[in-house]
Design a protein around this ligand. Structure first.
Ligand code: SF4
Ligand code: SF4
Length: 577
């Protein structure tokens, strides 16, 4: 069995090495035809750019060489036209001429220029080995990698011995105790996320390899997001199986892992891709606001239906309009304002964070080996509260700003309200929160800071659900403190940095807003102290818990002491009788 695992690991590493080597394989050939196609698709009117871009014609072995050259030309043309405009303005030239010059300016946003501007040209210029062997390379990278991963993981059923708590050696392992392997993984993840968000042109060859899969699903070539989605799902499947094997003694963990895989593969990957195939917008039906901060961007019935419903009152048009678009809008509201709070009331935020969410799903499967790194200090708890609610506030302000630009569906005139210029706000939110926090830090930092950095410190939806969970929910983790042997397993493996043992020792229910109800504390407790429950709100928050260590000497008196503390028995005289 061990040798099968080793073969699996070798296959995975070979596939992984080839995947990365793709970056330096193949060629990119620029022709006049491709340049024309590019300038037309971008609506470029600058004669300076069109003329200078001819210098790009030729062959490149690395995508970044082509992008850099292209961006230099675009920036030069930008500078030229801005200079002309300044001159025109100072000499009082006709407004029409100035406007025409403005139309020639190429606008490049620093963080998006590689993705939005350069990547489309690079994508149409690929030639040589990679583009001619997409199927073969797909098999040798993705398929071989998945096979290797499975061969490494499946024998654990035998090698790990009987079902039960399996955390031996975690602090001796270089991969799971911030050793050199962890730092290597950390470095790779950070580099990959930076490339994905800010330099997707570098990943062009990797994206080509997925073209056949993409075409069969959505009818078009792959994009950087398709690559990310496919990798996300592949890693989740392999690590999800590992998770189920590791925690097979605990039914909750097995069913929960199946659930996150189902929602990721079905709702976050397959359904949105199939929607695109049928010319519908890419849409993740399980992504609620404010995690999906653009959920209400098209908050305008007019925009969705393509006519002004309140002016025409045309039911015929309504019937023939895009009802799916309308459904998406209404669903977004129902999910955020009804389903999420009601479900959190009944089941706590675990129903979403640990059973449905894609970020949570990745954290629970791929991130499982790193859950022990979460910071349990009081300082981290304070930091967590400040940061997560700040992000929520940021998301609320931004959403309000977006809505204030749109025509409101009841015909309210938003001019009457304070409007906020959201373009910059959205850019900074997308950059700081969407890319850096949730991607680069949220996942890249798994091997060092643990697997739920984003969910604990950054996710605005978790913050929203956390408020409901803390104050108006039936969910709690009950603690049978008398059974606790203070081993600390629960605290160690709580990915949200909750010092579970401290609650257990006091016999206090855990109702913390940050608890995602993953149930791992309960799964690794050797004494069955912790139980995730939904029950009446009454008595859920244990105000005066007993410090169980005070009464361990005489088990018989424990309940009496508890009665005194909670006020049912008057004094210690009664206790001593
Ligand atoms: S307290 Fe338990 S259930 Fe809650 S997040 Fe921590 S480990 Fe998961
Ligand atoms: S609750 Fe369980 S896992 Fe936590 S310290 Fe007590 S015995 Fe250990």
């Amino acid at each position: 069995m061990k040798s099968i695992q080793q073969i699996g690991l070798i296959l995975f590493l070979m596939a992984f090495a080839l995947f990365n080597a793709l970056m330096f394989m193949g060629k990119f050939e620029v022709t006049q035809g491709k340049l024309d196609k590019f300038t037309e698709s971008k609506g470029i009117k600058s004669e300076v750019f069109i003329e200078q871009s001819k210098e790009l014609i030729g062959e490149y072995s690395f995508s970044l060489d082509l992008s850099e050259k292209l961006l230099t030309i675009a920036e030069a043309s930008h500078t030229h036209h801005r200079k002309v405009i300044t001159e025109f303005e100072s000499t009082g030239v006709d407004k029409e001429l100035i406007n025409a010059e403005w139309g020639k300016v190429i606008w490049l946003k620093e963080t998006k220029k590689h993705g939005n501007f350069a990547a489309p040209l690079v994508a149409i210029c690929g030639t040589g080995f990679v583009v001619e062997n997409k199927g073969l390379l797909f098999s040798l990278t993705f398929l071989l990698g998945i096979l290797g991963g499975l061969l490494h993981v499946l024998p654990r059923l035998k090698t790990e011995g009987p079902a039960g708590i399996k955390n031996d050696g975690i602090f001796q392992n270089q991969a799971t105790n911030r050793g050199w392997i962890a730092w290597l993984v950390f470095g790779y993840l950070i580099a990959f996320y930076l490339a994905l968000y800010f330099f997707p042109d570098v990943l062009t060859n990797m994206i080509y390899v997925l073209d056949p899969v993409s075409t069969s699903l959505n009818g078009g070539p792959a994009s950087q997001w398709f690559l990310y989605g496919f990798m996300y799902c592949s890693f989740m499947v392999v690590m999800g199986i590992k998770m189920m094997i590791k925690y097979r003694h605990n039914k909750y963990q097995v069913i929960r892992s199946i659930s996150v895989l189902f929602f990721q593969l079905g709702f976050a990957f397959l359904i949105p891709e199939l929607l695109v195939r049928f010319q519908k917008p890419w849409f993740d039906f399980k992504s609620a606001w404010p995690l999906n901060y653009s959920a209400f961007d098209n908050w305008s019935i007019k925009k969705i239906l393509g006519f002004d419903f309140f002016e025409t009152w045309d039911f015929n048009a309504l019937i023939h309009s895009d009802t799916l678009g309308l459904f998406m809008l209404v669903w977004g509201f129902i999910l955020t304002l009804v389903i999420v709070p009601v479900m959190v009331y009944f089941y706590g935020k675990r129903w979403y964070c640990s059973w449905v969410c894609g970020c949570g799903g990745l954290a629970e499967t791929v991130g499982d080996p790193y859950r022990q790194h979460s910071d349990k200090s009081l300082k981290a708890w304070k930091f967590e509260r400040v940061i997560i609610y700040s992000v929520l506030l940021f998301a609320i302000i931004m959403t309000y700003g977006s809505l204030s630009r749109e025509q409101f569906f009841l015909g309210l005139d938003y001019e009457a309200f304070i409007t906020i210029e959201t373009d910059d706000l959205r850019f900074w939110y997308g950059f700081a929160v969407g890319s850096i926090f949730s991607g680069v830090i949220g996942t890249g930092f798994y091997p060092i800071f643990g697997n739920r950095v984003w969910c604990r410190f950054g996710c605005p939806l978790a913050a929203y659900m956390g408020i409901i969970q803390r104050f108006k929910s039936r969910f709690r983790i009950t603690t049978n403190g008398a059974q606790c042997i203070s081993c600390g397993n629960c605290s160690t493996y709580c990915e949200q940095g909750i010092d579970v043992r401290a609650y257990a020792q006091k016999g206090e229910n855990i109702v913390r807003s940050s608890c995602v109800g993953c149930g791992i504390c309960s799964a690794v407790c050797p004494r069955g102290v912790l139980k995730l429950e939904n029950g009446p709100e009454e008595g859920r928050i244990t105000e005066n818990p007993i410090d169980i260590t005070m009464a361990t000497e005489d088990e018989g008196k424990t309940s009496e002491l508890r009665k005194i503390i909670i006020g049912e028995q008057k004094n210690l005289t009664d206790f001593n009788k």
